[in-house]
Design a binder for this molecule. Structure first.
Ligand code: DP6
Length: 335
């Protein structure tokens, strides 16, 4: 990790107009995403610049809708799923800190209204779609007319994985190398995969004991296995890119599962150890491996939490629905 050379505001200010104009209101949507090659580790914690490139799949219409309007006072109101958030809550503070980067010294009070369409039972993180939708709404509200690459770079400053949620479909986030991170941006791959399915298996809804941000920092600082991670992620990206182009399900999904397990190996070897799995997570993994032994084309991926995301194609859907009663199925390339 390098010392921060530039603050978020220093980078963003270079791209903002001298005088800001605000519309009456603006709305935007951004999809949630699941990484097939994970982002794990930062070279700059202020700008969320990663130590490896990553690749994800966006979840269609599942994500965050954000609306920005004037509060007609100097007070900011932040709502999440129709509930006003306590101004001291971390959600309110994070949203307002991000908005302030674009509002700068203007004293207009705003209402920021976010509604997540991610199934609440699914155990999916919403910070990626949340910051991407907020960035898109700010761009419209202040008429910034930023290019997609700039939107991706600025959403990344809210949460790294939000850089990918600016786009739908398969998305590649290039780690970049510039100090200001303006080359650390995502782009969309042009492959569609209508038969692809993602099955969410939620084994726990408890808040994770260590968030991804803290988990990444602890892993990079203390895990001896971490030094191999950037090279593995780089190799996995090439495999994934090729497999996606050829719509080779086994090559794509096997690489995604191996990548997730390798990321978890770096976490487990951190100190104190980071074990996000619960006994139920391991039971699902073992069932997936048994099913594969018996010829079913199913793999999984996992993020910094105990829940699993199964990867399969439509042809295996009926069988997996009977195997896993709690399966929440997503069609990433559906309508
Ligand atoms: C394991 O994007 O939530 O889900 O940049 O600190 O906000 P911050 O982290 P975040 O980390 C996501 C980690 C991951 C892998 C991934 O989505 O690539």
């Amino acid at each position: 990790m390098i010392e921060n050379c530039l603050s978020k505001a220093q980078v963003i200010n270079r791209y903002l107009p001298a005088t800001l104009t605000a519309k009456e209101h603006a709305t935007a949507f951004a999809p949630s995403n699941i990484a097939l090659c994970k982002y794990w580790g930062k070279r700059d914690t202020e700008l969320n610049l990663p130590t490896n490139s990553s690749l994800s799949i966006s979840l269609g219409h599942l994500g965050s809708h954000t609306q920005i309007s004037h509060s007609h006072s100097n007070i900011d109101i932040v709502r999440l799923n129709n509930k006003v958030q306590d101004p001291q809550s971390s959600f309110h503070l994070k949203v307002i800190a991000f908005v302030n980067l674009f509002r700068r010294s203007q004293t207009i009070g705003l209402i920021i209204d976010t509604r997540n369409t991610i199934p609440t039972a699914a155990g999916l993180a919403s910070s990626a779609s949340g910051f991407a939708a907020l960035m898109l709404a700010l761009d419209d509200f202040f008429d910034l007319q930023l290019a997609d690459q700039q939107l991706s770079a600025f959403a990344r400053m809210g949460s790294g994985s939000a850089s990918r949620s600016i786009y739908s479909g398969f998305v590649h986030w290039e780690m970049g190398e510039q100090l200001d991170g303006m080359d650390s941006v995502a782009h969309q791959l042009d492959t569609q995969w209508p038969n692809l399915r993602i099955g969410l298996i939620k084994v726990s809804s408890a808040q994770k004991p260590v968030d991804s941000r803290t988990g990444m920092d602890r892993t990079t600082a203390t895990s001896n296995l971490y030094q191999n991670w950037p090279a593995q992620a780089a190799a996995d990206l090439i495999t994934l890119d090729n497999a996606i182009k050829q719509r080779d399900f086994h090559a794509m999904a096997a690489c995604a599962e191996h990548n997730a397990m390798s990321m978890h190996a770096t976490m487990i070897s951190a100190w104190p150890p980071l074990v996000y799995w619960l006994p139920e997570s391991l039971a699902v993994m073992q069932r997936v491996w048994q099913l594969r032994e018996s010829g079913v084309a199913v793999y999984f991926t996992m993020d910094a939490g105990p829940n699993l995301k199964l990867l399969f194609e439509q042809s295996s859907q009926a069988l997996l629905e009977t195997e896993f009663s709690q399966l929440d199925i997503i069609v990433p390339f559906g309508d």
